[in-house]
Structure formats: C-alpha cells, structure tokens
Design a protein around this ligand. Structure first.
Ligand SMILES: [Zn+2]
Ligand SMILES: [Zn+2]
Ligand SMILES: [Zn+2]
Ligand SMILES: [Zn+2]
Length: 332
C-alpha cells in the first residue's frame, strides 16, 4: 500500500503544502523589513499561548493564535516608539519560554506535551487542527499576495508611502499579525522553534537569483512548498523528525543557490561597471535603470500608486518604484 493512501499522511501532506506556501509569503516582508528573527520571537511567545490552552483545557492552537497576535501588536508598537527591536525581541524570547514552561507545569502536563508544539508533530494533525491550519494559511496567502504592491511600497519606503496618503501604521500592523498567524499555523508542522527557518530560509535562497520583489515572493513560496513536502516524504520513509528534515532541506537549497547568486552578481558588475548604460557618468546610486516592457505609459490615470519624489513623480507597481526618464525608466 502506498504511504499516500494513509489518511494521516494525506492530512500531513495538506498541512505541509499550506505551511510551505504561507510561511515564506509573510517571511518575504519580514526579511524586507530586516526582521528575520521576528517569527522566532513570536514562536517563543506562542509557547505561553499553548500552555494557556493546556491549562484552561481549551484549544492550544487557538490560544496560541490569540497570544501571538497580542505579542506581535505589542512589538510593533514598541518598534514604532523607537525602542531597539533587538531588546524587544530578547524580552519576547525569554518571557515566552519561561511563561510557557511555568504554565505547562501548573497544568500538570510534562515536557512531552509541550514538545509536540515546540518541534511540531505533523503526522498527529487531526481533522480539527487541519481545518484551522488550512483556513488560517489560506487567509495569510491571500492577503500577502493580494496586497503585495501596497505592502511592498510600505516596506521599501515608509516615508514616501506615508506622503502618498497610505495608512502605513495599519499595514505594518497587518504584516505583524500575519506573521503571528503564520507562526501558529506552522506550529503543528515544523514546530515553534523552527518556524522562523521556514519563513526566512526560502526567501534568502531565492533572493540569490531573483531581481524583483514579486519574483522573490512567488519563488519563495514555491521553494517553501517543495522543502516542506519533500521533508515530510523523507521523514515518512526514514525514521527522522519531519520538522527538522524540512528545515535542513530548505538550508540545503540555500547552500546550492548561494554560489549561483555570487556568480551572477559578479557577472552583473563586470558587464555594467557603472550600473547604467546610457549615463555612465552619473554615479549616484539613485539612478538605476531596469529595462521593462510596459503595456502603457505611467500617468495620473494609469491606476498605479503615484508618489511625489522631488521634481518628478514615481509610480509603484510589481516591486518597482520608478519614474519615466526619456526612453527608459529610472528605478528609485
Ligand atoms: Zn502605470
Ligand atoms: Zn523618483
Ligand atoms: Zn512601471
Ligand atoms: Zn535614466
């Protein structure tokens, strides 16, 4: 009998696919914001949520979602106030783990119960867990991909987005909340301690070869799904822990992509020593040209987000912010 005919394996596979899609989707924004460790911080706090769920004999997964969302909002507020994000993160790590251990003990549960959430236990996913995981992951993917142009404009340059009338605060909050939800989704598959890896490693891998934000987002989702499905399959045949296998496969992907990235970056530098073919004397780094095939000329009514920039207007779409300049566009 094929291993895929087993019902628990089908559930595990579906959970692996949705986690593989959702984690790198949110991770792309976190990496862009230089918050690669945010997922890990939320993961530690979610341990306290799991323990609250055990203590109150409600759903550990739902309790973790609530606690993780509260924590992510608090961190976002702390970050806004200018306190070092580093310190905020450290407080989350220690408080989350200590609170989780204490409450689990009070609930009369041993480290074994907690282990299921710390390291994931994808093959014990039941129907109830599965629908929570699939529902939340679908929402995360839909929002991360659907709002990509706007979210990208904000992560890349919050000041310009603010000037353009975008509610930067609300969108920043949204990214943090999406990260919190993703952590709890990934809890049952890769586990809380490794979730950050699945949010960051696929993004770092594809960044070696992709040039635009949209390509990074979509390719990272593909890489994440391949890693989590193949990690699950390997662990089904060899007796190893699925969560750890998924993360190690993702890291192997990075190890393969890194030399390719090095090579293509150095080739690009050799080809375009001044970064711009037509105005070789303009060495300021605001003048980058990306040849691009537009179906239209950008203008006031073209439907793209327009941002005032000094003496001209930039248009934001598909991970570019650029302005028409003669026969080409300058990336700004
Ligand atoms: Zn346009
Ligand atoms: Zn500009
Ligand atoms: Zn354009
Ligand atoms: Zn130019």
């Amino acid at each position: 009998m094929s291993i895929l005919a087993l019902e628990f394996m089908q559930r595990a596979l579906l959970a692996a696919v949705v986690t593989g899609l959702a984690a790198p989707a949110v991770g792309t924004y976190l990496v862009q914001r230089r918050q690669a460790l945010m997922g890990d911080g939320i993961g530690h706090v979610a341990v306290t949520g799991v323990a609250i769920g055990l203590l109150t004999q409600t759903s550990p997964v739902l309790a973790a979602v609530v606690v993780a969302i509260i924590a992510s909002v608090v961190v976002e507020i702390v970050r806004e106030r200018g306190t070092s994000g580093d310190v905020a993160l450290a407080l989350m790590f220690y408080g989350g783990i200590a609170g989780g251990l204490l409450l689990t003990g009070l609930a009369g549960q041993g480290a074994n119960t907690l282990n299921r959430y710390l390291f994931g236990s994808i093959v014990t996913v039941d129907d109830n867990d599965l629908w929570i995981v699939v529902g939340l992951a679908t929402a995360v993917v839909a929002l991360s991909v659907g709002l990509a142009p706007r979210l990208f404009a904000i992560t890349q340059d919050p000041d310009f987005a603010r000037v353009a009338g975008v509610n930067v605060r609300a969108y920043n909050m949204l990214v943090s909340v999406l990260a919190a939800v993703t952590v709890t989704v990934a809890m049952r598959t890769v586990g809380l301690l490794l979730v950050s890896a699945l949010m960051v490693v696929p993004v770092a891998t594809v960044q070696q070869v992709t040039r635009t934000f949209r390509a990074t987002l979509l390719a990272a989702m593909v890489v994440g799904t391949v890693a989590s499905v193949s990690g699950l399959m390997v662990s089904a045949y060899v007796d190893v822990q699925p969560g750890a296998t998924i993360v190690l496969i993702a890291l192997a992907g990075f190890a393969l992509a890194w030399p390719v990235g090095m090579w293509s970056r150095s080739r690009l530098r050799r080809r375009q020593p001044f970064g711009h073919e037509t105005d070789a004397f303009e060495l300021d780094d605001t003048h980058h040209v990306v040849p691009e095939d537009h179906g239209h000329l950008h203008g006031p009514d073209c439907g793209h987000l327009a941002v005032r920039h000094g003496d001209h207007v930039d248009y934001v779409h598909d991970g570019h912010r650029h302005a028409p300049h003669g026969s080409h566009y300058d990336e700004h």
